[in-house]
Design a protein around this ligand. Sequence first.
Ligand SMILES: [Zn+2]
Length: 384
Amino acid sequence: MTATADKQTEHPSITLLKDLVKRPSVTPEDAGCQDILAARLAPIGFDCETMHFGDVTNLWARRGDTGPVLCFAGHTDVVPPGAADAWDTDPFEPVTKRELLFGRGSADMKSGLAAMIVALEDFVARQPDHEGSLAVLITSDEEGRARDGTLKVIEALEKRGEHIDWCVLGEPSSQDELGDVVRIGRRGSLSGILTVHGVQGHVAYPQLADNPIGRFAPILAELHTVEWDRGNAYFPPTSFQAVEIRAGADFPNVTPGELSARFNFRYSTEWDHESLKARVRSIFDAHDIDYELDWHLSGEPFLTEPGILSDAVCRAIAEQTGRQPGLSTGGGTSDGRFISPAGADVVELGPVNASIHKVNEHVRIDDVVTLTAMYRRIMEILLT
Ligand SMILES: [Zn+2]
C-alpha cells in the first residue's frame, strides 16, 4: 500500500464508514447507526430528533431556524447479504484491499452517510454562522417497504410547517466514475393487478364457455403496442411490461374460468398515476370483458429542473474531478419520490453503483474522500 493510500484509509469519512458497515442494519433494522450519526451532529449544533414509525427508526436533525433549508438525506438500512460464503470477506466486517473498501452497504449507502456527516463537520467548523439551515433526514426503511420511513418523516414535517428547499440524497448515482452521473428525478412506477372473469367449459363447446384468455389477448397486444408517450427532455418514453399471466384449468380439454395478470409501468412526467390509470381503463372498457383491476403505486415520477441546486452540485463535481456530470432520471425509485412532492428540489449524488446489492459490494476509498469534499462545497456554494 502506498503512503497516500494509507493516509486515505485514516480519513475521518473512512473511519466512520467502517463503523457503519460493522452494524448489520438489514432492512428495516438500523442497528444503532443513527445513534452514531446523531452523536456526531449534536456537538456541532444540530437538534436531533428520533422519529419512530412502526418498527422503523428515523432521524431528523436540523441546525438553524431560518430558510433556505439544505437537507442531506439517506438510509442506514441495507439489503440482506445473501449466502455469506458467496462473499470473499464477512459482509459486516469492513475490509480494505488495495484502493477498495468491501462490506454490505459500503456503496448503498453508508459511504454517502459517512461523507455527508464529515462534510457537515468540516463546513460548520469553517462557517459556524452560515446562512439558512442545514438538515439531515435518515431512515432505516428504504430498501424494504418504505412505508414508515422518509414518507412519514416528510408528513410529520409538513404537519408542523417545516419545509426543505434543497435536498441532496447520497444514493450511489455514479456509473463508472465518481460524479459522472447525478440524478435529477426518477420515473414513476405503477403496477396493475388484474383479474379477468370468464366461464369455464369444454374446449369443444366454446359457445357454452367464456374463455378469459381470448378476452384478454387483444387488450394485452394493445397495451404492448400503444405509444404511451415519446418521453420528454428529461425522461425516456413510458414503458409497459407484463410481468405475470396465469390462466388454466389443469386439463387439456377444459378452458379456464379466470385469468390473473400483473403488469408494471415505468412512466415519465407526461403522466400522473390517475391519468395513466384512466388511459388503461379506457383500453379495457373499449373491449367486451368482465374484469377487476387493482393498482399499486410505488411512486410518482419527479423531476428537479436544472437550477440553483443542480448547478451547485455540478460545480462541486467539476471542481473536484473536472467532470461534467450527466443529468439522469434513470434507475429504480428512491426516497426522492417522497421528498420532491413536498416542494423540495432533489438531486442524488453518491458513489459508483456497479456493486450495489451484489456480493462483495465495495466502494473506492478515494471516492468517499472526494465525495466528502463535494458535499462540503455544495454547502459553501448554497449557504455562504
Ligand atoms: Zn440506497
